[in-house]
Design a protein around this ligand. Sequence first.
Ligand SMILES: Nc1nc2c(ncn2[C@@H]2O[C@H](COP(=O)(O)OP(=O)(O)OP(=O)(O)O)[C@@H](O)[C@H]2O)c(=O)[nH]1
Ligand SMILES: [Mg+2]
Length: 317
Amino acid sequence: MPRPHDPEALVAALRTGDRGALARALSVVEQGGPPAVDIGRLAWPLGGQAYTVGLTGAPGAGKSTLTNAIVGLARRAGDEIAVVAVDPSSPFTGGAILGDRVRMQDHALDPGVFIRSMASRGHLGGLALATPQAVRVLDAAGFPWVILETVGVGQVEVEVAGAADTTVVVVNPGWGDSIQANKAGLLEIADVFVINKADRPGADEARSDLRTMLELSELGPDDWTPPILLTAATTGEGVAEVWRAVTEHRTWLEDGGGLAVRRQRRLREEIRAIVAHVLQSRAFAMVGAANLDELVDEVEARRLDPYRAAERIIGDD
Ligand SMILES: Nc1nc2c(ncn2[C@@H]2O[C@H](COP(=O)(O)OP(=O)(O)OP(=O)(O)O)[C@@H](O)[C@H]2O)c(=O)[nH]1
Ligand SMILES: [Mg+2]
């Protein structure tokens, strides 16, 4: 019997389609620390086939309902698909995990669909570091499509959503919603715009708001122009067009070399983030090992300045 959290056994098992092993590997990744790094390391050489789609927007915009409908389309096309719903544990999304289960339950019994909610647990670099690892694990498990659902409220969430190959930004009808999305930095990362809940009044106004903002962003002739699509995710109306736009964007990226550029940029950022994370942990350890109280007394008495105190801790003194 393999130990339940032995990284090598877990990664070997998830390769064989063992969903229990996959779920455990994702839990390890979510908790972070050295076992998470081991899983990421073992999964890395096995991946490279998955295409990631980020779905982001304000709380309650209909991201999970839309995801549920998209999952149905992918399955009808014969593709397996995984969904990671990232819960930033902010007060905005209380109950999101339960809500996701309800909204995506159409596929609860389908072995070709894997749905997972992930929380940041508030540790350093949490979400930003854990999400690419989770995608890597799903990639190693053989999923050709991975959807990342995030609430686009803060910088970290926007970063996570932007870490996908194609990013879909979901807004709702009504005055000001797209302006809020713009403020949150969502417009810059959008490859496809969706105005969901288009069964409600105000969808056309939202569309012209978005068009105006896109015009102001001065796209060049070689740039991708994000389409603006209307959906009613609850009935499935317009969702096929969203999925088509995603696949068209994918083709555009693949044919024009943009996909490799995006992925390289992401890897560069990830490596940078890992370095920062490791050095910060080392810094905390150094401060922990130093006699900080004594140094503070010295600084307070003006026998030492704060820079000198820091140098002593670092060992540069
Ligand atoms: N009228 C209408 N309601 C919708 C539509 N899509 C979703 N809803 C409803 O909006 C509510 C929120 O939907 P979710 O799919 O959970 O939204 P979400 O963006 O995933 O929410 P969080 O993950 O909590 O941020 C639910 O009650 C849905 O039934 C739509 O197209 N029209
Ligand atoms: Mg949701």
